[in-house]
Write a protein that binds this ligand. Sequence first.
Ligand code: ZN
Length: 185
Amino acid sequence: MSSEKVTHLLTRLNAKISNVQKIPGGGNVGVLSFEDICIGLAKIRNRAASELILAKWLGYDSQIVESELRDLLSLIAHKEKWNFQKEETIGRLAALAIDEEIVPRKCSKCVGRGSYIKQTLRVDCDKCDGKGVLKRNLSEKARYLGVTRSVFTKTWDKRHRRAGMILAEWESLALRVLSDALFRD
Ligand SMILES: [Zn+2]
């Protein structure tokens, strides 16, 4: 784990903590060590949640998050009797959600920065609306799953959003554990 990646994680973590009005009491981000981070990560008991942190913030391979998500979606699909043609579409659904939420594609125009220099001015990137990442539109998502656009809109769009919500829950669980471990008392 490079120090640059650790700094990136801490910056993100700290921003999230401020967002939920949970200011680290007297703790200083700058003095946290690599060991602190490892101990924090080890405290996350949910495997998918800790792997998600590694994949999203530290750039590790997301195979485990993807397989955990696929298994959970498959369970939900059978329990709720989702109607679908091929079992593999559930796997594609998991891969799509990971692709969108965990390792989004960097915008090629601004190389993920959200802005670029035009003549001498820095301007917001018009290709990604300043977000730095490219999101798929409905047709592209449908193609990714191997269904038609109308089938996607009617059936898979809400399943896709549900998959995104599961990832968001894992992330917030991991953040809670990490912030407790890193910024206690
Ligand atoms: Zn861009």
